[in-house]
Ligand binder design. Structure first.
Ligand code: SRM
Ligand code: SF4
Length: 517
């Protein structure tokens, strides 16, 4: 660390300095033998997250495992492996598609982890460095390589950045002690499917002198104390080693110069604020040992964001991608098995996950589409859900997360389902739920965002409620929505949202529906 690094470290820095998070990798077998109750608290609660293993105080000895699935790509073998792992935990076992195109598994008994991680390594998957002060799953277009509108196929670049950060899944001590979490996204499509604006580094497709590459934006993040959209770094990079080198430079500078004093002021944007963009840019150039090109005047993001649900022709003639809606991203063992089977029988054995917590089957021949539509799984995971259900996203919430002020996933599903039954809507309305101000469910990117809070009902009794966000715009010219109303009791939400949908989103009552509340 440099002399500018503050000497007063926050408590997380102290335990990281005592022992690197990744050290628990070689101790996992031992921990599994002695049991989680006998483990040192810092190892159990914090350091295990360097392996993607999350102790859940809400459900002790039902641990969560967060994977890494670069670009949201999952093979049928991997989907089956997820199903096999969680089926042994009965009702406790499930998996969630996350807002970073990733999978989290639940209900896992601690003693099973060594075997589970070996099982996943055998199908080329890692969970390493997926939590705490590490780089999260790297997001990309979910239809990379198959999208007719694609500007760049980013899959290799994403994998290269993941390999740099994780040392090909083995763990890379160079990046295991960042001052805070870190998000990277690499977009290759015209619709900003990656939410570039909310990542610490995002690559946005742009032409420079006739060559397609990326403009770079930096510093986007959400936290309980501050929300910031990424700002242009005034850099353009070609789609080659420079992408990896730029990530390495920024991560190293952040590691060595980012603030480690106040955890609420440790994300990359705080360092950019302190340095100013000119110095930030100059330091990155110095690290890379060469000047960087100035940003292209315009980028190529000029589409509304697609949700990829339903059947769409691929750029490969005669093949289609088929987007399935997974309500709130929640899947059980049989769902993983069925998804794997459909991917094998109808497609090429590959599945893509989206930041809207849905799944896409790819390479489905024209001749197989109608048969696929008859499959029972598509009754549960629909191709064309209602206008509200299809835009619904939800974080984990109180069922498993100790930060949550409210239950989220069930409420989110219920509200969307009920209102879809009552209303006709001209367009999809994106409703995002998040259980607390950490904003994992991204209410700021939604048309209607709900953030869990305490509220008071008509009798002035404390009840679970939400703060309402509006104005989020995604895709072309994305910008963040803001909080417009506080403390709406959850029990009053359905009529309240119905009114907003009718006033502002063109909703009308379905024929025959009368409202009694
Ligand atoms: Fe998140 C912490 C879940 C995406 C901002 N997030 C947590 C923890 C780990 C807290 C905890 O230990 O309980 C949650 C785990 C609960 C559980 O059991 O699942 C959690 N975050 C999630 C997921 C699973 C939400 C979901 O249901 O999809 C997402 C996992 C993504 C992944 O695969 O890695 C998830 N979290 C996000 C996002 C959205 C994004 O990346 O696009 C954000 C806002 C963007 C950002 O980070 O800037 C987000 N999570 C946070 C924060 C606030 C960060 C900050 O700087 O203050 C925390 C709290 C923290 O890190 O201290 C947090
Ligand atoms: Fe938990 Fe809050 Fe994140 Fe939801 S937003 S998963 S409640 S930390």
């Amino acid at each position: 660390m440099t002399s500018s690094t503050p000497t007063k470290l926050n408590k997380f820095e102290k335990y990281k300095a005592e022992k690197d998070g990744l050290a628990v990798k070689s101790e996992l077998e031992h921990f599994a033998e002695i049991g989680w109750e006998a483990m040192d608290d810092d190892d159990r609660v914090h350091r295990l997250k360097w392996l993607g293993i999350f102790y859940r105080p809400v459900t002790p000895n039902k641990f969560m495992l967060r994977m890494r699935l670069p670009s949201g790509i999952m093979t049928s073998a991997q989907s089956r492996a997820f199903g096999e792992v969680i089926q042994r935990y009965g009702e406790d076992g499930c998996g969630d598609v996350t807002t970073r195109q990733n999978i989290q598994l639940r209900g896992i008994r601690f003693e099973d982890f060594p075997e589970i991680l070996r099982r996943f390594e055998a199908v080329d998957m890692t969970s390493i460095q997926s939590g705490m002060d590490n780089v999260r799953n790297i997001t990309a277009s979910p239809v990379a390589g198959i999208d007719g509108a694609e500007l760049l196929d980013t899959r290799d670049l994403v994998q290269q950045v993941q390999d740099l950060i994780t040392n090909k899944g083995q763990g890379n001590p160079a990046f295991t002690n960042l001052p805070r979490k870190f998000n990277i996204a690499i977009g290759g499509c015209p619709d900003n499917s990656i939410h570039a604006e909310i990542n610490d580094i995002a690559f946005v497709p742009a032409y420079k002198d006739g060559v397609i590459g990326f403009n770079v934006v930096v510093g986007g993040f959400f936290s309980a104390s501050r929300v910031a959209a990424a700002v242009p770094m005034d850099v353009w990079v070609a789609p080659n080693n420079d992408v990896v080198a730029l990530c390495e430079a920024i991560l190293t500078l952040f590691r060595d110069h980012g603030s480690r004093a106040n955890r609420q002021k440790s994300r990359l944007m705080w360092m950019i604020d302190e340095w100013g963009l000119d110095k930030f840019r100059a330091e990155v150039e110095k690290f890379m040992g060469k000047p960087l090109a100035r940003a292209a005047a315009t980028d190529e993001v000029n589409w509304d964001k697609r949700d990829h649900l339903g059947v769409h022709p691929q750029k490969q003639a005669g093949l289609n991608y088929v987007g399935l809606h997974i309500p709130a991203g929640r899947m059980f063992a049989e769902d993983f098995f069925e998804l794997a089977r459909l991917a094998d029988v109808y497609g090429s054995g590959e599945i893509r996950l989206t930041v809207e917590q849905n799944a896409i089957l790819i390479n489905v021949p024209d001749s197989r589409v109608e048969l696929l539509k008859q499959e029972p799984l598509l009754e549960k995971f629909q191709l064309e859900p209602g206008a509200l259900m299809r835009g619904m996203v939800s974080c984990t919430g109180a069922q498993f997360c100790k930060f949550a002020m409210v239950e989220t996933k069930n409420q989110a599903i219920e509200l969307a389902a009920n209102l879809d039954q009552e209303l006709d809507l001209p367009n999809t309305v994106r409703m995002h739920w998040t259980g607390c101000p950490n904003s994992c469910g991204q209410p700021q990117v939604a048309d209607l965002g709900f953030m869990g809070t305490k509220a008071r009902n008509k009798e002035k009794k404390p009840v679970p409620g939400v703060d309402l966000f509006m104005g989020g715009k995604v895709g072309h010219e994305a910008h963040l929505g803001t909080k417009v109303m506080k403390g709406i009791p959850a029990e009053e939400l359905q009529p309240f949202v119905r009114d907003i949908l009718m006033e502002k989103f063109g909703a009308t009552l379905k024929p025959g529906v009368t409202i009694t509340d």
